[in-house]
Design a binder for this molecule. Sequence first.
Ligand SMILES: *Cc1c(COP(=O)(O)O)cnc(C)c1O
Length: 459
Amino acid sequence: MNQEIPYKIYLEESELPTAWYNVRADMKKKPAPLLNPATFQPMTAEELGTVFCEELVKQELDDTTAYIEIPREIRDFYKMYRPSPLVRAYCLEEKLQTPAKIYYKFEGNNTSGSHKLNSAIAQAYYAKKQGLKGVTTETGAGQWGTALSMACAYLGLDCKVYIVKCSYEQKPFRREVMRTYGAAVTPSPSDTTEIGRKILKEHPGTTGSLGCAISEAVEVATHTEGYRYVLGSVLNQVLLHQSVIGLETKTAMDKYGIQPDIIIGCAGGGSNLGGLISPFMGEMLRGEKKYQFIAVEPASCPSLTRGKYAYDYCDTGMVTPLQKMYTLGSGFIPSANHAGGLRYHGMSAVLSELYDQGLMEARAVEQTSVFEAAEYFARVEGILPAPESSHAIKVAIDEAKKCKETGEEKTILFGLTGTGYFDMVAYEKYNNGEMTDYIPTDEDLKAGFDGLPKVPDNR
Ligand SMILES: *Cc1c(COP(=O)(O)O)cnc(C)c1O
């Protein structure tokens, strides 16, 4: 064992990044612009400003500024739970008997239990700075809603969360954490919005969907004076804020002269992976260094590995602008037996473009193998991982096993995005041997593709 490198590399507070890194600045071919769904013309800042905060619209549209300063107020909030540790997984290496060196960046050390707080505080800050009264959003699994309610409580901003009804009922404690932080939590569909009432009338007894919750949150934001809508993943601005993960990782690794060969992350909408790889991808785009990047997605919701690179709606309700991305179609709904998070039908435009250019790989993994890796990891490294994060663990272990076969001493880095305390129903299913795998057939996927909007670019 090489004990020169500590189990945990903690940076000093003074080493917190002072600016986020915008990887789009170093991309020769930029991600495609957001389109207005009515005109198919690029969305203007003015149009986006009716839904999103001004400063965030600027960040969304900025493809050229490499470094964007992190305001002092956000850095102060970051200091409550950052820098986050970079962990050398000595125990996992030992257990696997691999010559590979494994590192993970752990983002679960805050009450929301995930990396989502990094963007929640930024988005809440810009809303507050604009003089808004509050923000609205949707949440599926609940991590984003929790993170946003924490950020809003800190800044004294009102927070309205639309949570998918089945989540609201299945995860009562998630709801209670949000309410403890002062958020108004409404199960969706609800009778508080026009679209909610319409859906309830057409589908009485429905347990809701993420797409429906987005539509409700957007309606409330655009119809209430002093409110805007915020989103926890997918958007360029969210990847920008999450670059704090990669920047800290790079500083920590540089300090000890560590150079990763493989960088792995789970990918739902792409924000943690985009944030982790950004500074490393920047080096590769500038021709300075080479890395292997791997996005890991669930086999039941395989947007990169089996999706189409096309313009699509960001939500099921078709109220959002069109984004060019790897997508399964906004009407795609993953099977009900899918427990492991990462259910989004599309992928960040930045990651989609990098993947399309062959700069990043993607793998799809089945959920029982993900929970097997999660349990293995929990028993060896002590941390109870979120099911989402465990997708990355699964592929990191696979790569470490390959090194054992070939004798290669590769350095593997992965993002451990959060903890799994609110996912015990899924763990229970796995422990009881009741968890099953589901892989959509080509026929299942075709239905989603058939629903893609008829944008000139898609034909
Ligand atoms: C939301 C979430 C993810 C997936 O979101 P990305 O935007 O793809 O990063 C992964 N892990 C955890 C713990 C999450 O809460």
